[in-house]
Design a binder for this molecule. Structure first.
Ligand SMILES: CCCCCCCCCCCCC/C=C/C(=O)SCCNC(=O)CCNC(=O)[C@H](O)C(C)(C)COP(=O)(O)OP(=O)(O)OC[C@H]1O[C@@H](n2cnc3c(N)ncnc32)[C@H](O)[C@@H]1OP(=O)(O)O
Length: 283
């Protein structure tokens, strides 16, 4: 018999808030899931505007006034922050005609808004966002790591082209993502935003990851030469840590982790854009 684990439009959240244990990596490649199109299934398909509105109203009721108000504020602030960043980047490039110095000119805004995104992990932990703590945690922590422990800390790599690559990918993604959440909460979601949220990542995710990996790769010689953030023996703590090898391990960890995030988004895409229902098979 099949067990419904995630249905189009917030069913998962309802199930979790009713006390069922949250899936940490929901619908991961290891779980036995089947995608069933609601059209094939003989149901309405969830595409009508009336049902979308009912769904949004139901979601707001479940969330409660305070959580909805906070999330609306948070998403508006984040959309605005990333828009400011996008405008600053375009203006910089139009005025200077080069990417050199771009990171330095936008770093304060970037650090502020990307660090603010740590709240997304809190949102998952307290249950006001119906998504996995691990998926969100990996996504947010890899960004924080790139901002603070790589680009901020290693000045010689700040002018690498790869930095521009991930900055552009992150910025377009976040403007789309946060405006998607904002309009959804306000119950006025233009189809284009929904489409963009669940299509842009197909290109932007690999572009962003390529930018991040190339930037870490560019940092390796500097890290090796300076021994930064490393602890050599003997020392009073009697522990050793080599940031150079840590970076190599981090780069390697993209291989198993990135596909999980990417396939998670592909499943979200099928669910939201095509109304597919995901059924997990019990043995
Ligand atoms: C210490 C070192 C650590 C290093 C680790 C290294 C390994 C790293 C490997 C991987 C690296 C990845 C690097 C990333 C690079 C980039 O970002 S490149 C640019 C392109 N990026 C993207 O496209 C990002 C795509 N990812 C995401 O969107 C998210 O981060 C996500 C967590 C993966 C999204 O998942 P999820 O939240 O499940 O998707 P949604 O469909 O959007 O939302 C699900 C439901 O949750 C609601 N919701 C979520 N957030 C909010 C919110 N802020 N406000 C309101 N509601 C929210 C959303 O509405 C959905 O609700 P329902 O409709 O009820 O289902």
């Amino acid at each position: 018999m099949g067990r419904l684990t995630e249905a189009a439009g917030g069913g998962a959240w309802a199930a979790r808030s009713a006390g069922s244990p949250p899936d940490l990596l929901p619908l991961s490649s290891t779980s036995r899931t089947t995608m069933v199109s609601s059209e094939e299934d003989g149901t309405n398909g969830g595409a009508s505007e009336a049902s979308d509105e009912r769904e949004a109203a139901g979601k707001r009721r479940r969330l409660g006034f305070l959580a909805t108000a906070w999330l609306t504020f948070y998403n508006i602030a984040m959309t605005a922050g990333w828009l400011v960043l996008a405008i600053a980047m375009v203006r910089f490039y139009m005025e200077k005609g080069t990417h050199r110095g771009l990171y330095k000119s936008i770093q304060k805004t970037l650090k502020f808004f990307q660090t603010f995104a740590l709240l997304e992990i809190v949102h998952c932990l307290i249950g006001i966002i119906p998504t996995s703590v691990i998926v969100t945690g990996v996504q947010v922590s890899s960004r924080i790591f790139m901002v603070w422990l790589i680009t901020h800390s290693i000045k010689p790599i700040q002018n690498e082209e790869s930095v521009v690559l991930f900055l552009v990918a992150w910025t377009v993604t976040e403007i789309t993502r946060y405006s998607f959440y904002t309009f959804s909460l306000l119950d006025h979601l233009p189809y284009f935003i929904k489409w963009a949220r669940y299509n842009f990542f197909i290109i932007l995710y690999p572009v962003g990851v390529a930018g991040e990996l190339l930037t870490i790769y560019a940092a390796l010689p500097y890290v090796r030469k300076t021994g930064m953030f490393s602890l050599r023996l003997p020392n009073k703590y009697n522990v050793s840590f080599d940031y150079y090898y840590f970076l190599l391990i981090t780069m390697a960890s993209y291989v198993p982790l990135f596909p999980q995030l990417y396939f998670h988004m592909l499943r979200q895409r099928r669910k939201v854009l095509h109304g597919e229902v995901i059924v997990e098979k019990d043995d």
